[in-house]
Ligand binder design. Structure first.
Ligand SMILES: [Mg+2]
Length: 266
C-alpha cells in the first residue's frame, strides 16, 4: 500500500460541509414567522438578500476585529430591516436570538459532503476549523449527525483567534499532533480558509462550487489582493502537477467545484 500524502484533514464547516446558505435562509424564515415579522418584511427572498449583504459586510468587520460579536448580532438585523424600508419595532437582538435558535435545527449539507466524509472516515484524522459562533456550531454538527466524523472542532471564538490568522491553524495542528506537511485545509472562503492556510503554510483545497472552470481559474488568480496576486503570478507552469492544482513555495493548492473531487486529490 502506498503511503498517504495526507494524514490530517481540516475542514471549514459553513458552506463547505454544512449548507449555510440554504440553512440560514430557512432558519431566518422560521424565526421571522415565529416573531410574526414575515408579513412585515414583504417578499422574503428579497429581504433575505438584503440581510445576506448586510451580514456579510458586518461579518467582515467582525473578522477584522473592528466590530464586536454583540454589535454584529444586533446591527445585522436592525440594519437589514432599515434597508428593507421596514424598520424593526423590536430590538435586533430579539431577531438574532430567534434566528440563532433555529439555525442548528437545520440539517441540510453541501452536496457530496456526507458521501466524502463517509469515504474518509476511519482513514484520516479529520477536524473542523470554523469562525462561526460557538453556541451554534456544536449544535449544527450534532443535529446534522456529523459528530462521528470529526475528532476535534476548533471554533475561533473559543480559541480567541480567527481564520485567516495563523494562530488558529497553529493551534489546530498542534492539538491534533498533525505534521504540517501531511495536513490539508479544505474550505470555501478564499479569504478565511485559503489565504489563511497559504500564509500558515499548509496545502489547501479551494472549494468553489459556483465556478465554471475557466471563470473559476480566472478568479482564482485575480484575488483582488495585490500581495497574493504577485505570489500567484510567479507560478509559471499551472498544469504541471495536475489540472487545477498549482504549487506555491512547495505548497499544493487545488481548486474543486464538487466535494467528491477531493477524493481524487488525496
Ligand atoms: Mg465557509
Amino acid at each position: 500500500m502506498t503511503k498517504k500524502k495526507y494524514t490530517h484533514l481540516f475542514f471549514d464547516l459553513d458552506n463547505t460541509i454544512w449548507d449555510f446558505n440554504s440553512n440560514s435562509f430557512d432558519a431566518l424564515y422560521i424565526a421571522l414567522q415565529k416573531l410574526q415579522l414575515l408579513e412585515v418584511v414583504g417578499p422574503y427572498p428579497v429581504f433575505f438578500n438584503v440581510y445576506r449583504e448586510v451580514n456579510e459586510r458586518l461579518w467582515e468587520l467582525y473578522r477584522q476585529g473592528l466590530m464586536t460579536k454583540k454589535v454584529l448580532s444586533i446591527q445585522r438585523f436592525e440594519e437589514s430591516f432599515e434597508k428593507n424600508g421596514t424598520p424593526l419595532i423590536v430590538g435586533g437582538g430579539v431577531v438574532n436570538d430567534a434566528y440563532l435558535s433555529e439555525m442548528p435545527l437545520q440539517t441540510k449539507l453541501v452536496d457530496g459532503a456526507r458521501n466524502v466524509l463517509d469515504y474518509l472516515h476511519g482513514s484520516y484524522e479529520i477536524a473542523i476549523i470554523t469562525n462561526g459562533f460557538k453556541e451554534v456550531q456544536y449544535d449544527k454538527i450534532h443535529k446534522s449527525e456529523l459528530s462521528k466524523y470529526f475528532r476535534k472542532i476548533f471554533i475561533s471564538e473559543e480559541i480567541g483567534a480567527q481564520k485567516p490568522g495563523k494562530e488558529i491553524f497553529e493551534y489546530a495542528i498542534k492539538s491534533m499532533n498533525a505534521p504540517k506537511k501531511s495536513s490539508l485545509m479544505i474550505g470555501d472562503s478564499w479569504e478565511a480558509d485559503i489565504v489563511g492556510a497559504m500564509n500558515f503554510g499548509i496545502d489547501h483545497v479551494y472549494f468553489n462550487p459556483k465556478m465554471n472552470n475557466n471563470e473559476g481559474l480566472g478568479s482564482f488568480f485575480d484575488t483582488g489582493d495585490q500581495k497574493i496576486n504577485d505570489i500567484l503570478t510567479t507560478i509559471t507552469d499551472l498544469q504541471e502537477y495536475k489540472p487545477n492544482t498549482i504549487i506555491k513555495k512547495g505548497l499544493h493548492i487545488s481548486l474543486i467545484n464538487d466535494l467528491n473531487q477531493l477524493i481524487g486529490i488525496l
